[in-house]
Design a protein. Structure first.
Length: 317
């Protein structure tokens, strides 16, 4: 078969005139296939609560686009109480620090005065030592208050972050595809509240053979596919290198770049491809067909029989 295939590529076909023979060519066989798939969101995520509490309101219904408002609001009453208490503690510490610094200023002056008297032998050493100790203790107390202030500020920042998480957010511009809670429900940490999807760009999954993948990679980027029979710019989003032994195919995903119409799941995308196949592509004019027995005569006695019809103008051998 390989010998006959080589002869068919190398030799002219005999049953035609010389002028017709010059116009006929034998080529590598290709066939057209059309890959079909349906659009879906590029990304879908589940929106969950990071804190527990009562749902005050849900700001979106299924099908709505997420805007500035959070997806849902959880009752922040108790965290607000903690924030107020912590702010008051911080204020109290700041007042204590001011008092401590004022006392340090007084004790520094007192120590300077007693130290001068001690140097002039007008007071006892014990009074000087007592003044020095009082000053040291006041400075240590001031440092302790400053450390406590840092701790309380850290606690305040943590509470503020927990307060922020009572606003359950979702990516802006995404579309709500599921809502799992209603106003008044009590939710625990980690409860799923809804699901949102990114339909700003549509993707289409395919399962392709090795030859189909080669044909896609030969296309320019971006290449043209047909979404609901309208041409759109399309590109390969990813190719999963893992081989599916059951289907003997690879999973890939195409991304639609230029669609300006409705963006939703379930839109039909078609991608026509020319893929390599076994055999040779022979012009139909070169084929002798008698009694449903097609054949081609070459400059040898080798006769090849059709194995698959390619199109109206050629036959695959």
């Amino acid at each position: 078969m390989h010998f006959c295939r080589s002869l068919l590529l190398a030799l002219l076909i005999l049953p035609l005139s010389a002028a017709a023979q010059d116009a006929l060519r034998v080529e590598e066989a290709r066939k057209e296939v059309v890959l079909s798939g349906y659009t879906r969101a590029r990304t879908t995520v589940t929106v969950s609560s990071e804190v527990s509490g009562k749902i005050l309101r849900v700001n979106y219904e299924v099908g709505q686009v997420v805007d500035k408002a959070p997806f849902a609001q959880i009752d922040p009453t108790f965290i607000e109480f903690q924030l107020d208490s912590t702010r008051q503690s911080l204020r109290s510490l700041e007042i204590s620090l001011q008092k401590s610094r004022s006392r340090i200023g007084y004790l520094e002056k007192e120590f300077t005065r007693i130290d001068r008297l001690f140097r002039g032998q007008s007071t006892a050493e014990t009074q000087r030592d007592r003044a020095a100790e009082d000053l040291t203790q006041a400075k240590l107390e001031s440092e302790s208050i400053q450390v406590h202030i840092v701790e309380v500020k850290t606690t305040l920042a943590e509470l503020a972050e927990r307060r922020r998480r009572h606003r359950v957010t979702a990516p802006r511009g995404w579309i709500v595809t599921d809502k799992f809670v209603e106003e008044g429900e009590i939710v625990a940490t980690g409860t799923s509240i809804g699901r949102v999807s990114d339909y700003r760009e549509l993707v289409v999954p395919f399962s392709v053979s090795g030859r189909e993948l080669q044909a896609i990679r030969r296309l320019p980027a971006p290449f043209t596919a047909y979404l609901e029979n309208k041409p759109v710019d399309t590109a390969v989003n990813y190719v999963n290198p893992e081989f599916d032994e059951k289907t003997r195919k690879l999973n890939i995903e195409l991304i639609v770049r230029s669609h300006q119409g409705t963006k939703r799941g379930g839109l039909l995308l078609r991608l026509p491809l020319q893929i390599e196949t076994e055999g040779l592509r022979v012009p139909k004019a070169a084929v002798i067909t008698r009694y449903e027995n097609p054949r081609v005569r070459v400059r040898s006695t080798c006769l090849l029989y059709t194995s698959d019809a390619a199109d109206d103008s050629s036959v695959v051998w």
